[in-house]
Design a protein around this ligand. Sequence first.
Ligand code: XMP
Length: 507
Amino acid sequence: MQVLILDFGSQYSHLILRRVQEFGITAELIPVQAFQIERLDSVQAIILSGGPRSVYDLDAIMPPLTIFKKKIPILGVCYGHQLIVHMLGGKVESSTSREYGIAEIQIENDHSLFHGLERSQQVWMSHGDFVRELPEGFESIAFSTNDPYSAIANDECQIYSLQFHPEVAHTINGRVMLRNFLKLAGFSPKETQTPILDRICLPDIEGNILLGLSGGVDSSVTAAVLHRKYTDNLYCVFIDTGLLRNDDYEHVSLVAKTIGLKHFIRIDASERFLDALRGIRDPEEKRKIIGRIFIEVFEQEAKHLAQKFGQFRYLAQGTIYPDRIESAKASQNAATIKSHHNVGGLPEKMKLSLIEPLADLYKDEVRTLGLELGLPYEVLFRHPFPGPGLAVRIVGEVTPSRVETLRKADSILIDELRKAKVYYDIWQAYAALLPVKTVGVMGDQRTYEDMVLVRLVESTDGMTADIYNLQKELAIRISSRIVNEISGVNRVVYDITQKPPATIELE
Ligand code: XMP
């Protein structure tokens, strides 16, 4: 018997699966369109995920009503919550006061879903529609300032429903709530500690593998995983896209040495990338171009290496789960947020077959896997850096001089965070260049120059993020160094937006 998670396209549906599996319980996540009634015979609980639509949309997706009639315990989450209300006779309405990000709910009674928790709880909301009227048989079990029905229950039918997302890390006790639901459904959830390495399956192959090794956490852990099985056949290629930070090559060389890679090659393709990006302003277009060139360079290199070392049939990538969900490649109901260069940017026709050993993992799991493999802390806990590099941190056109400006700003920011010994307290910190000039005054002269944005966020998996509480003195040190040391920049702004509603990167 298992938990069936019906996916309505939320960015977090796969996280629900991960959480349930972490309790040692078998679960399956399927798009709601793939659901068949017969499945109900082998299911002990159902979770309805969130999703990007409103229950009133013409293309709103609904499960068959029968699922509510079989006395199978059900948990609704966000869109799933609204579906339950809508399908069982209550009322859902859209509202101008949307709830995105951290919210506080008050638990109303001693409901078992909240067993062991204090009355007041921090949760993560991401919705514009609200429940206005409960269906018959339901009661409210938690509320927020904006919403009297943050959590509801019908104990007789064992249907429970949450407007917020218990699966994301920012709902502090979300795991407890999920565990309580699983207990109510008759499971005995446990905290399992199976090594992540045991979950990685690598195919038996013939021929060589090419891996793009950027030195980031994902590609470094991928290299370490593949090195164990394919030591002699693994060729790691570092492509200098011209969109990298100052110390990226130095760092990746350290990674290659630590793992003991047999074949590590550097290719300078910076001109090719920068030429192709000339005049391009649209974020998705940038990502697609970069994805295409990456593959072209890989295929060219594979051909070149094959003359010396035998055929290359595989391209390995450090794609992780959030890359796939945000590129809408992991769920047919999900909206495309951005095409991660290594996913949405791949051309339809590729000569190399893909190997993506981390495709079902989140960043924190990748780091744990890296620790299991003995990789050093500095490699595993370096801040994430997107595949398309500085191109998605330069809003508007990417030019060599703008890349250079940004490189300097980024290196000042990171240097100050390291000096203040807060670098590892932060999930990700970066500088970006905005396509805006503003007026300033320097040495009694008017200036009209570029604006740098700094973004510092806290997160555990990159799926949701909170802003880092940047101390004023440190903020001033960062902004004065950027303005004083980089000519052409006269203003630094701090991004104070959580994810959602914003994403971590600007593009
Ligand atoms: P967003 O901007 O989607 O970022 O909130 C979530 C995390 O993913 C990183 N990111 C990428 N990583 N290729 C990658 O390998 C990409 O195209 C890409 N885009 C974003 C981002 O830095 C953050 O850590």
